[in-house]
Design a protein around this ligand. Sequence first.
Ligand code: IFM
Length: 440
Amino acid sequence: MRHKRSDFPEGFLFGTATSSYQIEGHAQGGAGRSIWDDFAATPGNVVRAESGARACDHYTRYEADLDLVAAAGFDCYRFSLSWARVLPEGRGAVNTEGLDFYDRLTDAMLERGLKPAATLYHWELPSALQDMGGWRNRDIASWFADYSQVIMERIGDRMWSVAPINEPWCVAWLSHFMGLHAPGVRDIRAAARAMHHVLLAHGRAIEVMRALGMANLGAVVNMEWAMPADDTPEAAQAAARYDAIYNRWFLSGLFKGAYPALALEGLEPHMPKGWQNDFPTIQAPLDWCGLNYYTRKLLAADAGPWPAVREVEGPLPKTLMDWEIFPEGLYQFLKRTASEYTGDLPLYVTENGMASRDVLQDGHVYDEGRVAYIDNHLEAVRRAQAEGVPVDGYFVWSLLDNYEWALGYEKRFGLVHVDFDTLVRTPKSSYHALTAALKA
Ligand code: IFM
C-alpha cells in the first residue's frame, strides 16, 4: 500500500464498517423477525435463499472481532443497531437481551480504544412494521423516533457518532422501485413515499438524539457517479435523471430543503400529502455527512416509462459485484458534495471497498486487488483534501466477509476472511497491508 497514516492530516480517522444483519446472526438473542428474514424465505429473492440467521455469529464472537479492529490500528468502528433486536415488534416491548448486547458491544469498543460510530438503521425493518406499511406509512417516522429514543437512552452517552439511516437510496429506491432488496416491492407510489419518509424518519431521530444531549450526529448517503453512455443528448438526460434520483435527492432534501426537479418530474404525483411541509424536520442541523462510494454507472435512454434509464456495461476493470473500479468518482463526489451541498461541514467516506473471490490458500488470502482498490481511493481522498475539501475520515467496507444481501455469502468484501462453515476468521493481505499503513 502506497499510503500511510502520516500522509493524512493530523486527526484524520481510519475505521472499518459492518452492519448488524450482515454479521450478527439474527436468529440469536431474542431478535424479532425482520423483512430480510421474510425476503430471504421467499424463493427467487436471494441467492441460495441464504439469510442472516447465523451470518458471522458476531453476536457471540464480537470481542474477538473487535480485537481484530483494534489490532489493525483503526481509530473507529462503524457498526449498526438492529431495530428488530431492540424492539422485536418494532414498537412496544423491549428485548432486554438486545439492549444488553449493544451495551456490551459499546463498552468492548471503548475498552479497546475504538470510537463507536453507530448507525440506527441498516435495513432489517421489523416484519410487524412492514405489516403496517413499513416505509410507505408516514407513521414510520414516529416509530423510528421512538426506537431511537429507547436505544440511545441506553448507549447514547458513549457514542462517538451516530447516523440514523444507512444509504436511504437502498431503503427507498432499491427496495420499493427496483424490488431488489427487502421488502421487494416494485411500485412507483411506494417508492415515492419511501423516498420521503426515509428522510422524515432521519430528521425525527436527529431531534430525539439532540434532545438527549447527543453530539456528532450525521447522515450517510450512497453515491454512484452517473455518466452518459454515449454523446447523445438523450444519454446526457438519462444520466442527469439517474443522478437526481440516486445522488441528489437525499443531499438536496437534507441540505437544501427541496427535491431535484428532474426526480420530482416522475415522483411528484405519487408523493404523500403535505410532503413540502416536512423540510424543517428533514433539515435538522447535522455535524457531518458520510458518503458511501463504490463505483460509477454509464446510462442511456430507455424506451420504457419514466425514468426511462438503462444501465450500460462499462469497459473498466470490475470487482466481483461487476462494479467498475473508478476512484475518480469518489474525488468528484467529495468535491461536488462540499461545493454544492455541505460547505465546511466535515465529510467522511463512511464506506468504500470491493468484493473479490478471495480463497484461503495454506492459511493465507492474497487479495492484492483490494489493497490496490483501497490505495487508489485513498489517493482520491487526498486529491480532494489538497483542493480544500474537509474530508476527516475513511472507513473500509468491511471488517468481515458477510451476508451481501440478495447476493448471499459469495461476495466477499472483508479485510478478514470468514469460513462460513467453521466461522474461523483469517486476516487477508489487505488487513495486513492496512495494519502496516496505519501503524507506520
Ligand atoms: O454490503 C453493503 C452494505 O450493506 C451497504 N453498502 C454497500 C455494501 C456493499 O454492497
